[in-house]
Design a protein around this ligand. Structure first.
Ligand code: ADE
Ligand code: ZN
Length: 349
C-alpha cells in the first residue's frame, strides 16, 4: 500500500501539473477556442454574430447552464468538414499531452452537427483520426463517448444511435448532456437499455443543476457506470452512501461549476467534502475553452481556493485512472506512474 509522501503546500501546484491524470469529462466542442472558431468560420465561409475574437470572448459571461449552451452550440456551427473535427480534437489533445493527461475519454455531440447537414461519418472519422494520432505521436490514450442531447426526444436519440452504429468501433460508450432541468434521465430509459445490450459503456450528466433524484434515476433507470458532475448529490445523505458503497465515480468540473454559477465562489466548492466522504470524485475541464482553463488550471485553482492537500491530489489522480474505461493492466501501469511522480516530487527531483 502506497503511503502519500509529505509535500509542502508551496510545491502543490508543481505536483498537480506533473502528476499523471485521466480526463473523463470534456466535450470536444467545448475545446473550440475563440481563435479557432474564427479561423474555421473564415475557412468555411460561415459568418458569426461577433465582430472579433475579443467580442466573442466578452460574451462568455454565463449565469447558468442554458446561457452557456446557447453560445456553445453557436460556436460549433463552424465545424463542417472532417478536417475541422480533426483540427479541433488535435488542438485539445496537444494541450492534454502538455498537461500530463495520459488518458482522455472525450464527449462529442453528433446531433449538433447532423442537424446542420454534417454527416455522422464526417464527425466520427475526423475525431477518430485525431485519437489514433494522439496515441502514436503524443503518447496520449484517447477514446470517444457519444452524447445524446437531452433537450431532444428519445426517438431522435435512437436515430442518432442508428447513424453511429456503422462506426461502432470508433466510440466506447454513450452519455447524456445539454439542458438538464426538465429532462430527467428516465426520458432516455429505452435508448440506454439498447446501448447497454450493445455492450457500450454508459455515463450521464446528472446533478449539475438538477436534483439528487436525477442522480438516482441515472443510476437505477439508466444504469450508468459514472455520473458526470453529480455535485448536487451532497444534498442527499442516502445518495452519498450509495455512491460511496458502489464506488460510482463523479466526474466533477470545478471551473465549469464556478462559471455556470453552480458554486459562484470556487472556495465554496464541495470537491473536498465529496472526497472526504469516500466518494470516487475526479477533476475534469468540461468545456475548457469556455470556462477559463484546461485540466491543470482546474486542479491548481481549486486546490488554492479550497485548501485541498497532497493526499487529495493523490486520490484524484488514482481515481481518474480507476474510473476510466481502460483494462485492469493499463490501470495498474498508470497507477505506478502516479506513485513514481509523487515520490519524485516529494524527494525534490
Ligand atoms: N454540454 C457541454 N457542456 C455541458 C455541461 N456542462 N452540462 C450539460 N451539457 C453540456
Ligand atoms: Zn459536461
Amino acid at each position: 500500500m502506497f503511503s502519500v509522501p509529505a509535500i509542502p503546500t508551496d510545491r502543490l501546484p508543481e505536483l498537480l501539473r506533473r502528476m499523471p491524470k485521466a480526463e473523463l469529462h470534456m466535450h470536444i466542442e467545448g475545446s473550440l477556442e475563440p481563435e479557432l472558431i474564427f479561423a474555421l468560420g473564415q475557412r468555411n465561409h460561415i459568418s458569426l454574430p461577433y465582430a472579433s475574437v475579443e467580442d466573442l470572448r466578452q460574451a462568455y459571461a454565463f449565469t447558468n447552464l442554458q446561457s452557456f449552451l446557447d453560445i456553445y452550440y453557436a460556436g460549433a456551427s463552424v465545424l463542417i468538414h472532417e478536417q475541422d473535427f480533426y483540427d479541433m480534437a488535435w488542438a485539445y489533445l496537444r494541450k492534454a499531452a502538455a498537461e500530463n493527461v495520459l488518458r482522455t475519454e472525450m464527449f462529442f455531440d453528433p446531433q449538433t452537427h447532423t442537424a446542420r447537414g454534417v454527416s455522422m461519418e464526417t464527425v466520427i472519422k475526423g475525431l477518430h483520426r485525431a485519437c489514433v494520432d494522439a496515441q502514436a505521436q503524443l503518447g496520449v490514450s484517447a477514446a470517444l463517448i457519444l452524447c445524446f442531447l437531452r433537450h431532444l426526444s428519445e426517438e431522435e436519440a435512437f436515430e442518432t444511435l442508428e447513424q453511429a452504429l456503422p462506426f461502432r468501433d470508433y466510440f466506447i460508450g454513450v452519455g447524456l448532456d445539454s439542458s438538464e432541468l426538465g429532462h430527467p434521465p428516465e426520458k432516455f430509459a429505452k435508448v440506454f437499455e439498447r446501448c447497454r445490450n450493445l455492450g457500450l459503456h454508459l455515463v450521464a450528466h446528472a446533478g449539475e443543476e438538477g436534483p439528487p433524484a436525477y442522480v438516482w434515476s441515472a443510476l437505477d433507470v439508466l444504469k450508468v457506470e459514472r455520473i458526470d458532475h453529480g455535485v448536487q448529490s451532497s444534498k442527499d445523505p442516502a445518495l452519498m452512501q450509495r455512491l460511496a458503497k458502489d464506488r460510482i465515480a463523479l466526474t466533477v468540473c470545478p471551473l465549469s461549476n464556478q462559471k455556470l454559477c453552480v458554486f459562484p465562489n470556487l472556495g465554496d466548492h464541495n470537491l473536498g467534502a465529496l472526497l472526504d466522504a469516500g466518494l470516487m470524485a475526479t477533476v475534469n475541464s468540461d468545456d475548457p475553452a469556455y470556462f477559463g482553463g484546461y485540466m491543470n488550471a482546474n486542479f491548481v485553482q481549486t486546490f488554492a481556493a479550497t485548501g485541498l492537500n497532497a493526499a487529495h491530489a493523490y486520490a484524484l489522480a488514482r481515481n481518474s485512472f480507476e474510473a476510466s474505461f481502460i483494462d485492469a493492466a493499463a490501470k495498474r501501469a498508470f497507477a505506478d506512474r502516479v506513485d513514481a511522480v509523487f515520490e519524485s516530487v516529494a524527494s525534490g527531483v
